[in-house]
Design a protein around this ligand. Structure first.
Ligand code: SAM
Length: 247
């Protein structure tokens, strides 16, 4: 999968996505990341990429022209025949989640536009952007961190990026449940023991314990997810029993 990031800070993107699983996937050619500096496409003699907002008000707004030129440069360089999906990172967008990550991972080419200052002239957004996405209900200084968050989560869904040991199948949000608690050696640490069932070697019991812990965790911190989870009759009864104990 190929990611293209239109940004004022390409080094931030390339450096930030060069470690751990993402760095390995880039080196192996499972994903590619190209970050292009919008400022390089400014025809202003001072290389300005922003201007004052019409109607007044605080801050500056990123101009249409350099952004559209960056976009055309990338489309021409990649000889893209159809219009690619272009994500504009914005706090006003649809909130990113695991389901969206899976959906975006189906694309071969995915573009990101990182805003700065007060944002971007609406006309270039209307012209090139297909998806407006937020990474949460707070305001960042720029879209770079947000695009890196998305690229990380999407890349994990690209076949071959995760090894078997890093399997995503039991991770949080699979089946609308959070993951169960994890433990490693030693068996006892500062008086705290690993739950006995995990030391039992009894696979069916371990599976059942983990599933129950997932259900309880999700109920405690993200109850709205549980409404979409497919629980068996027995699991429903288990949860109802726990709810009663706690009330
Ligand atoms: N004035 C804008 C508003 O109120 O909606 C916020 C601009 S913000 C300071 C600058 C840039 O950071 C945005 O154009 C966007 O690209 C990025 N950004 C800020 N918060 C974000 C979020 N929660 N998710 C994704 N991108 C965000």
């Amino acid at each position: 999968m190929n990611f293209y990031v239109m940004t004022l800070f390409p080094e931030m993107i390339l450096e930030g996505l060069s470690y751990s699983i993402l760095g390995r996937a880039r080196r192996a050619g499972q994903i590619s990341v190209e970050a292009v500096n919008i400022r390089d496409f400014s025809e202003d003699k001072h290389k300005h990429v922003d201007d004052y907002p019409y109607g007044g008000g605080a801050g500056m707004v990123m101009s249409c022209e350099p952004i559209e030129k960056t976009y055309r440069y990338l489309c021409d360089k990649r000889k893209l025949r159809s219009r690619p999906r272009v994500v504009y990172l914005t706090p006003q967008g649809k909130v990113f989640d695991q389901q969206m990550a899976k959906e975006f991972a189906q694309e071969e080419d995915l573009f990101f536009l990182c805003g700065h200052y007060e944002g971007v002239d609406e006309r270039v957004l209307d012209a090139i952007v297909t998806d407006r996405v937020s990474i949460g209900d707070y305001v960042l200084s720029g879209g770079e961190l947000a695009s890196m968050v998305m690229i990380d989560a999407i890349s994990r869904m690209v076949p071959g990026v995760l090894t078997n040991e890093e399997s995503k199948d039991t991770e949080s949000f699979e089946g609308n449940l959070l993951e169960y608690p994890q433990y490693t050696r030693p068996e006892e640490w500062q008086g705290r023991r690993v739950p006995e069932v995990l030391l039992s070697g009894h696979h069916a019991k371990i599976e059942q314990w983990r599933r129950e812990q997932s259900i309880l965790r999700t109920w405690e911190t993200r109850p709205e997810l549980l409404e979409k989870a497919a629980l068996s009759q027995k699991e429903q009864e288990f949860l109802e029993g726990r709810k009663k104990q706690q009330s």
